[in-house]
Design a protein around this ligand. Structure first.
Ligand SMILES: Nc1ncnc2c1ncn2[C@@H]1O[C@H](COP(=O)(O)OP(=O)(O)OP(=O)(O)O)[C@@H](O)[C@H]1O
Length: 318
């Protein structure tokens, strides 16, 4: 668990980060979201002390980070930087082995762990282990950077625009893979992005920042449906409908789904987003979809029109 209380960073009188507080629970992902220059990277780098805070306190799992040696602290925190930071003259395997070597692991242990991680990241060590960063695509380089950050199994992972350099299609694909990566499931993660979709897909908690402050912190649904002020609502205006339909699950609108019980061939869990339901039904005005509520086993059979009606009812009842 990461707890930051009233942290600030001033650069020559400029308040890059201005008295912010946040908490990331164990196993959760907190996303710092906001436009360029609002203080996201500075905030992230204060957590592993690549930047020293001007004021405030930060603890990780109850330990004050300012009482630890920065180098030692950083060995317990995985870090994926904006520009991958791979050593160009090291192979993939050598790049991944940097931290374990510092930690004094034996060769076999490093190799075994490298194999497991690269396999999970779809870069089999037999094919990719001896390649140099120059021989990899942008997406492959980012995967190696993630493998390097995860090799020593740190409880905390900091990621700064990890997919920033990739084209939108590769980016969306890699993001989905990462979200399902077994290695990431138990980690406490902080992720910086200016991409709203990315923030909503990956964040349990999203901190929307502006001019060094956190304007609002909460779930995607909180930010969309209970904005703290005009800045928050206007931030999402361009893609609002898409974001709302992806943020809302069938379980959120269950009470407004008609109680038809017919069984359709196509079944979805109630934790699926309305958007995915719409996609499955797109182009089939008469088709129905069965939605199953996993905790209760209840079932609803719905059409595209039913989804729209339930969405409108939800909005009318906020
Ligand atoms: N080393 C530094 N010296 C002086 N000013 C800095 C330094 N690092 C950052 N800043 C300033 O602090 C502010 C916040 O920068 P920061 O990099 O944290 O923003 P950001 O939200 O991560 O932006 P981006 O999305 O462009 O990376 C900016 O105004 C920036 O110019």
């Amino acid at each position: 668990m990461i707890v930051a209380e009233q942290i600030s960073k001033h650069f020559n009188g400029i308040r890059a980060v201005d008295d912010i507080s946040f908490e990331v629970k164990e196993g959760e992902t907190l996303v710092l979201l906001g436009t360029s220059g609002c203080g996201k990277t500075t905030t992230l780098k204060m957590v592993n002390r690549l930047i020293e805070a001007s004021a405030g306190s930060i603890s990780i799992n109850g330990q004050n980070i300012f009482e630890q040696q920065p180098e030692k602290l950083r060995r317990t925190i995985g870090y994926v930087s904006q520009n991958n930071g791979l050593f160009p003259h090291f192979t993939v395997a050598e790049n991944i082995a940097v931290v374990p070597k510092l930690l004094g692991w034996d060769k076999n242990k490093i190799l075994e762990r490298t194999k497991v991680l690269l396999q999970q990241l779809k870069l089999p060590v037999e094919t990719f282990g001896d390649k140099y960063p120059d021989e990899l695509s942008g997406g492959q380089k980012q995967r190696v950077t993630v493998a390097r950050a995860l090799i020593s199994d740190p409880p905390v992972l900091l990621m700064d625009e990890p997919f920033g350099a990739l084209d939108p299609v590769t980016r969306a694909g890699i993001r989905k893979e990462f979200a399902n990566l077994p290695e990431l499931q138990q980690k406490t993660i902080m992720l910086v992005t200016h991409d709203v979709q990315e923030a909503f897909e990956m964040g349990d908690q999203i901190c929307l920042m502006d001019k060094g402050k956190i304007v609002q912190s909460g779930s995607a649904k909180d930010l969309l449906f209970r904005p703290a002020n005009d800045f928050v609502s206007s931030f999402f205006e361009n893609q609002r409908l898409y974001l709302e339909l992806t943020a809302l699950k069938f379980s959120d609108v269950w009470q407004w789904l008609p109680q038809h019980q017919e069984v359709s061939d196509q079944k979805l869990d109630s934790k699926t987003s309305l958007w995915e339901g719409m996609e499955q039904l797109s182009g089939f005005a008469d088709k129905a979809l069965s939605i199953i509520d996993s905790p209760t086993g209840e079932r609803r059979s719905i059409s595209q029109q039913d989804i729209q009606n339930a969405f409108n009812q939800f909005k009318a009842n906020i």
